[in-house]
Design a protein around this ligand. Structure first.
Ligand code: SF4
Length: 316
């Protein structure tokens, strides 16, 4: 640990995305989720048909989304909901969240993204995708859009451990993620990586080693997710038939792991989230439930108890 006695990140004790956004844009930036009808090479047969064993996109799709609506209609519906819920929001960006939103012909990507950007209340895009769906022309196009819009490229890394990635049928390795992140960053794109902590086969040490591997990449932000078993997934079925093969941490273990991870993470990386929520109707396990609004303060409290903060155990 460094000799610095006071957290550089205040009471939160980590480099919080929300604070950064407020400073950069003068207030809250809210994502309006869009379901644009993309699929994923890990589902449509190009790589595999089963998808990642933890994946059921319904677990992460907001209820206000109606798939048959146009992108503009979805934005209108999302704004109607979000403007009432978060009246203090300063800007909105369209969030292409479900499946792999750069998996398609570039003309189709252009049509989808540009329809969203034509909406008068939309100031940018967040685009979630896999690292193997980012060929040079797509990255070039995104870099062009980023000249005039907020463009947040979200890449699913999920694990830094190739054996774990193979065991969950991810269909790519860590080197593919690292390469995509570097190619995106080289074009000036701001990348948010996603990591899913607690996948089967992962040890505490392998996840903590992941903090160093992620820190070595030119990422702008990180979204951490804790493993939750979503109904209808292969991993949920695996747990039901043999729970010992899918160990699930209890609440305290999860908070301690997050604190350990954050201590080892580069302080330069913004933490966009430290956990995720699955709608109760979709969630099979674990049985403990903490809303994100409860989990994040618990992680901060654990860091405070230790007298540590993001990067306090980071070695560049
Ligand atoms: S998690 Fe993403 S990459 Fe994996 S199957 Fe689901 S949509 Fe495809």
């Amino acid at each position: 640990m460094t000799l610095q006695a006071v957290s550089p990140f205040g009471a939160r004790r980590y480099n919080a995305w929300n604070e950064h956004v407020k400073e950069r844009y003068g207030g809250r930036v809210q994502k309006v989720s869009i379901e644009a009808g993309f699929t994923c090479p890990n589902r449509d047969g190009r790589l595999a048909v089963g998808g990642c064993t933890f994946c059921n996109n319904d677990g992460f799709t907001p209820l206000y989304l109606e798939r048959r609506q146009s992108i503009t209609e979805q934005i209108e519906a999302g704004l109607d909901f979000l403007q009432r819920r978060y009246p203090e929001t300063r800007r909105y960006i369209a969030y292409f969240q479900s499946y792999s939103n750069t998996y398609g012909e570039i003309e189709r990507l252009r049509a989808c993204y540009e329809e969203a950007l034509r909406h008068p209340h939309i100031g940018g895009l967040a685009i979630g995708t896999r690292p193997d769906c980012l060929p040079a022309p797509v990255l070039d196009y995104l870099a062009e859009l980023a000249q005039n819009h907020i463009i947040e490229l979200e890449i699913g890394v999920e694990s830094c451990n190739d054996a774990v990635l193979a065991s969950v049928n991810r269909g790519h390795d860590f080197a593919t993620s690292a390469d995509a992140i570097r190619r995106a960053a080289a074009r000036g794109l701001e990348v948010t990586a996603h990591l899913l902590l607690g996948l089967p086969g992962e040890s505490r040490q392998s996840m903590l080693d992941g903090a160093a591997r992620i820190s070595a990449l030119p990422i702008h932000a990180l979204k951490l997710h804790q493993l939750q078993l979503v109904r209808g997934t292969a991993l949920a079925r695996q747990w039901q038939s043999d729970p010992a093969t899918v160990p699930l941490p209890d609440e305290l273990d999860c908070i301690e792991l997050l604190a350990d991870f954050i201590e080892r993470l580069s302080p330069a990386i913004l933490l966009q989230r430290v956990g995720s929520e699955v709608p109760p109707s979709m969630k099979l396990a674990p049985s403990w439930n903490l809303r994100l609004s409860e989990l994040a303060p618990r992680v901060s409290a654990e860091l405070e108890r230790r007298g540590s903060w993001q990067g306090s155990c980071y070695e560049a």
